[in-house]
Design a protein around this ligand. Structure first.
Ligand code: C2E
Ligand code: MG
Ligand code: MG
Length: 698
């Protein structure tokens, strides 16, 4: 059998080569997956890492196969060709991966990619065969099998990459893809090596280059180590990424949750609403939202601190949780909460729920041993009944504001007219800004009478707005508007000035009238107001003793620290302080005692009922006793009937005010009324009080 021998099967790549290649394919596929997931800017290092892994595996398995043959023939590797082997593998692998991992590669790119990877598979084998001195003519004989090998390698890369790049490719599928590539590469290299004539006519004799043994060791150990390092780096990266992903998930959850209450927040609510809208649009039920806002929450924060405000919000969230499922509840921010309902009768259910919300919020809260009287305003709007889903929240807010404007502690269902009302408010505000400049504001005056003698003791200045189109507008309408817009400070300053000017004018006419003005909550926060009042009194030469400042009880109780400081500064100016609408708020007696107030005005609601309600009478009597105990003067306002007048006088009220005596009127009308010229006076007017105050006038 001389002259003929079968290719030595031991010439096929060794087991080490197979292992290295499988390892390399697995690493390269993992890296390829990452490369595909990354943005263009982050791809370069991943692509390079993939190239290094794949080229190392291909080179090592190629070199090991050739080294095995060379060792048997005692041949060595030429250094230049060995370098060419490495470089060629790297370049083909780099280009092949680049084309295969392109974003949405075309068919041409795909084919070019796998073709280049096939070339990368055979490059180390063929270059290494040249490195060990296989004659060019012998190499040429391998071209047919090389072509077949190239096709086998290219197609195994094509399939393997396709499997590994599928979205959500499992580990098992990835291992199978790596095995497919590994087997393809080994098959391709074996085809070429198996066709090398044997015994091979290797040229490079011992001592000319790198020993086959050395190179084989380098290929197996070096490549193994390099791949191991890459795999370790990948594992570390995967761990870090896992942590990052978990942090990201947590951040996402955090971004959808309200920190304080743990409820869903605005973003989560928006997501929920989008899903709900799709349901409704698909004909599955209807949607309704309830926007809940606490009444007077700002005051709680200002009076008792933010910790107390937070505790109140937690309590409110807790109460709302008992009414609806957790996923139907969100906090919008501040004191606003949202409840969502879905179903065929969503709006009807929302109405029932709104009443329950109002009821539960009106139960007092106990926070830090303090009882807080709470209440809420609820706006209800439905989809699709009240318009597009994008407007749902706005509509609920409009309804909520309507409930608030109605005094709070109630709910309102959206009505398109409400939008018009609010537009109307914007228009009114615009007009109010001009009212001062155009002299449309006027002070009316309502007399206060001495209860035992029914003689006039002074007047209360009440603001009126003569609107050119709407006629006379009540302060009940425009003062809250002015407060919300910040206009109140300007208007308030004008009232102070005008009241002092009028007091001076009356004095100059011989009438020494004690005047009371009303101050709003916002004015109390105006630090220079006491000084402004002092300056106005000075400017008009009015004795401070002739001016009374009325501050409603609820305002006085809003921010006790500010009020106490403000009252002290006012008292220092020398003016009187009166607590208006007393009985409507929740005064703490100990606090009231500390305020330098001189007068309490019983709220009109008690006066109204005093003649026919035992309860109202008891409250009025209690207020009078309280005022007497605190050495405060008591004024009853809103006295309309003789019966009320008699009862209040018997209860011990010091002064009375109401339509029974006179309605608020212009300064001129009051002058005539006081002089008894208009014949409308129901009680006797006495000069004596003027005499009394004349001595006090400057
Ligand atoms: P207030 O200070 O409690 O004034 C008493 C209100 O009761 C006045 O309403 C007055 O016209 C009305 N009134 C007086 N007697 C009777 C009566 O016998 N029967 C009835 N039904 N009502 C009576 P008005 O003038 O509409 O003022 C309402 C509120 O507007 C005032 O309540 C006060 O809080 C506020 N206000 C008025 N003028 C000013 C002002 O210049 N500045 C500020 N900040 N608020 C003002
Ligand atoms: Mg008043
Ligand atoms: Mg009042």
């Amino acid at each position: 059998m001389e002259g003929f021998s079968l290719p030595d099967l031991s010439a096929v790549p060794t087991l080490t080569g197979l292992l290295v290649m499988l390892f390399a394919a697995a690493v390269a596929l993992t890296v390829s997956q990452r490369t595909v997931q990354r943005d263009a800017t982050e791809r370069l290092p991943w692509w390079l890492a993939g190239t290094v892994a794949l080229a190392t595996g291909l080179w090592a398995s190629g070199v090991l196969g050739v080294a095995h043959l060379a060792m048997a023939a005692g041949a060595e590797f030429d250094v230049t060709w060995s370098v060419v082997a490495g470089l060629a593998t790297f370049v083909f692998a780099a280009l092949g991966l680049h084309a295969s991992l392109a974003r949405q590669p075309s068919m041409g790119q795909r084919l070019a990619g796998v073709g280049l990877l096939g070339a990368a598979t055979l490059a180390p084998t063929l270059s290494s065969l040249a490195a060990v001195g296989l004659q060019r003519s012998d190499l040429a004989q391998l071209s047919g099998l090389s072509l077949l090998g190239w096709m086998v390698a290219s197609s195994s890369f094509g399939w393997g990459m396709a499997v590994a790049q599928r979205p959500n490719c499992s580990r098992r599928a990835q291992a199978a893809a790596a095995a497919l590539i590994g087997a393809g590469v080994l098959a391709a290299q074996s085809l070429v090596l198996g066709a090398v004539p044997w015994p091979a006519p290797f040229d490079l004799a011992d001592g000319d280059g790198i020993g086959s043994h050395t190179l084989a060791t380098l290929a197996s150990v070096g490549a193994g180590e390099l791949l191991l390092l890459l795999a370790l780096a990948l594992a570390v990266e995967a761990r870090l990424r896992g942590r990052l992903d978990r942090a990201q998930t947590e951040l996402m959850a955090h971004a959808l949750r309200d920190e304080l209450t743990g409820l869903a927040n605005r973003s989560a609510f928006d997501q929920r609403m989008s899903a709900l809208q799709r349901e409704v649009d698909a004909g599955r039920g209807k949607a309704a939202v309830l926007l809940v806002a606490l009444d007077g929450f700002r005051q709680v924060n200002e009076s008792y601190g933010h910790a107390c405000g937070d505790a109140l919000l937690l309590e409110v969230a807790q109460r709302l949780r008992t009414l609806v499922e957790a996923d139907a509840l969100a906090r919008l921010g501040g004191d606003e909460f949202l409840l969502v309902l879905h179903g065929d009768a969503a709006l009807q259910e929302a109405t029932v729920l709104a009443a329950q919300v109002v009821a539960t919020l009106s139960q007092p809260c106990h926070i830090d041993g303090r009882e807080l009287a709470t209440s809420g305003s609820v706006g209800v709007a439905g989809y699709p009944v009240h318009g597009p889903a994008s407007e749902l929240l706005t509509h609920a807010a409009v309804a909520m504001r309507t409930a608030k404007n109605a005094g709070g502690n109630t709910y309102a269902i959206f009505d398109p007219r409400m939008v018009i009302d609010q537009r109307d408010q914007a228009e009114l505000l615009h007009d109010l800004r001009l009212a001062l400049v155009r002299s449309q504001l006027e002070l009316y005056y309502q007399p206060k009478v001495h209860a035992p003698s029914a003689q006039i003791t002074g007047v209360e200045a009440l603001l009126r707005w003569h609107h050119p189109q709407r006629g006379m507008i009540s302060p009940v309408i425009f003062i809250p508007l002015a407060e919300r817009s910040g206009l109140i400070n300007k208007i308030g300053a004008w009232v102070i000035d005008e009241a002092c000017r009028q007091a001076r004018a009356w004095r100059d006419q011989g009438l020494r009238m004690r005047v009371a003005i009303n101050l709003s909550a916002h004015q109390l926060r105006q630090r220079d107001l006491p000084q402004y009042i002092a300056d106005a009194l000075q400017r008009h030469q009015i004795n401070p003793d002739l001016l009374t400042c009325e501050i409603t009880e609820s305002v006085a109780m809003e921010d006790t620290e500010t009020t106490a400081r403000f009252f002290a500064e006012l008292a220092a100016v020398g003016v009187h302080i009166s607590i208006d609408d007393f009985g409507s708020g929740y005064s703490s007696l100990s606090y009231l005692r500390k305020l330098p107030a001189g007068e309490l005005k019983i709220d009109r609601s008690f006066v109204m009922d005093v003649a026919h309600s035992e309860e109202a009478r008891k409250i009025a009597a209690a207020v009078v006793q309280l005022a007497q105990a605190l050495k405060l003067k008591v004024v009853a306002e809103g006295v309309e009937t003789e019966a009320q007048f008699n009862i209040l006088r018997q209860l011990g009220c010091d002064e009375l005010q109401g339509f029974l005596f006179a309605k608020p009127m212009s300064a001129r009308a009051l002058g005539l009324w006081a002089a008894g010229d208009d014949g409308t006076r129901a009680v006797q007017f006495s000069e004596s009080l003027f005499q009394e105050s004349r001595s006090l006038a400057l």
